[in-house]
Design a protein around this ligand. Structure first.
Ligand SMILES: [Zn+2]
Ligand SMILES: [Zn+2]
Length: 330
């Protein structure tokens, strides 16, 4: 926990569940002339709350000194505790308008989203028994969220100011449809959320809440960020880093390689995303069956994101038959 740049405190809050090898989420407390802006919140566990609270106490900051909370996207590790901090501080909460619409179906009335997730798994070749396991794989995460509606809805190009820093909101769909990054052009700082991480490539998947061709949109928004003048990137996980352009090139290359790996598995009559996900490697050479259920679901939907992007680019054929989608080489 350090002041990573003058006026910007970097806090690492623990994530208690083993989450793709990710053990912490980064949140940033940013100085203003009348209190602080908090970017992302960690999820709502005692462990996470105590870590956050201790840091405030140690630095002489009270909850009431937090005036604004901005959430990069509503995944549990970034949004889960925001409602609790909002209640204690009286801060206003802001997020992209698309993310706001996900709160209710994701964390309050979940039946419909579950149904849609199940249907999507089935339509992409997941066998019935496995579909049920994958569909229900993220239900236990609900306990880490305090569902809270934001006070302010953000759009591309909006600004968030603390009186010292002025951030521009950049809409970066892909990892989540309403994901945003915050850019401070004078200080050349980018808060990148889960859009760009220094070590792992963020999950980009087709799912019931994704926009059309999420991987294509993701790569487009990477291209946009590549032109910005950035000297320090503050990501949602791992260490802050300097070489943004290089990292963008690595991530773009990675997705190109994954496309090639998928293209090699395709056959004449077509295969489902589930079948293809079984034929490619995951992480350190694991097969799909070696992954825990939630990661198996991400893997199937990630494969689908690649297939949908290549279908949009006419590199593969999408062949629906009896309600099941098959993808074939052109
Ligand atoms: Zn995320
Ligand atoms: Zn995250």
């Amino acid at each position: 926990m350090t002041e990573i740049s003058p006026g910007i405190h970097w806090l690492k809050l623990p994530i208690t569940l083993e989450n793709a090898g990710v053990t912490h989420v980064n949140v940033y407390l940013i100085k203003g002339n009348k209190g602080y802006l908090l970017v992302d919140s960690g999820w709502n566990t005692d462990d996470s709350f105590t870590t956050f609270h201790n840091y405030l106490v140690k630095n002489g900051i009270g909850f009431q000194d937090i005036k604004q909370i901005v959430v990069t996207h509503v995944h549990p590790d970034h949004y889960g505790m925001a409602g609790r901090i909002k209640k204690l501080s009286g801060a206003t909460m802001a997020m992209h308008h698309i993310e706001k619409d996900f709160i209710e179906p994701r964390y309050v009335a979940m039946e419909e989203l579950l149904l849609k997730t199940g249907r999507m798994l089935t339509a992409n070749g997941t066998p019935e028994k496995e579909m049920v396991v994958l569909r229900d794989a993220s239900l236990d995460v609900e306990q880490y969220i305090v569902p809270t509606i934001p006070d302010r809805l953000l759009h591309e190009g909006d600004t968030i100011t603390t009186g010292i820093f002025t951030f521009r909101v950049i809409w970066t769909p892909g990892h989540s449809s309403g994901h945003i990054c915050l850019y401070e052009p004078d200080k050349k700082i980018l808060l990148s959320g889960d859009h760009i991480l220094p070590k792992i490539t963020p999950n980009i998947s087709v799912n019931p809440q994704s926009i059309e061709n999420p991987l294509g949109r993701y790569l487009e928004s990477l291209k946009y960020l590549r032109q910005l003048d950035v000297s320090l990137t503050l990501p949602g996980h791992d260490q802050p880093f300097k070489n943004l352009k290089e990292r963008i090139d690595e991530i773009t290359y990675h997705h190109g390689q994954r496309n090639l790996e998928i293209l090699r598995t395709l056959a004449l009559g077509g295969k489902t995303a589930y079948r293809i996900a079984q034929e490619i490697t995951w992480g350190d050479n694991s097969g799909l069956k070696d992954l825990p259920p939630f990661h198996r679901r991400m893997a199937v939907f990630e494969t689908l994101a690649h297939l949908e992007m290549m279908a949009a680019e006419s590199r593969v054929d999408k062949l629906p038959r009896k309600g099941i989608n098959y993808y074939a080489q052109k």
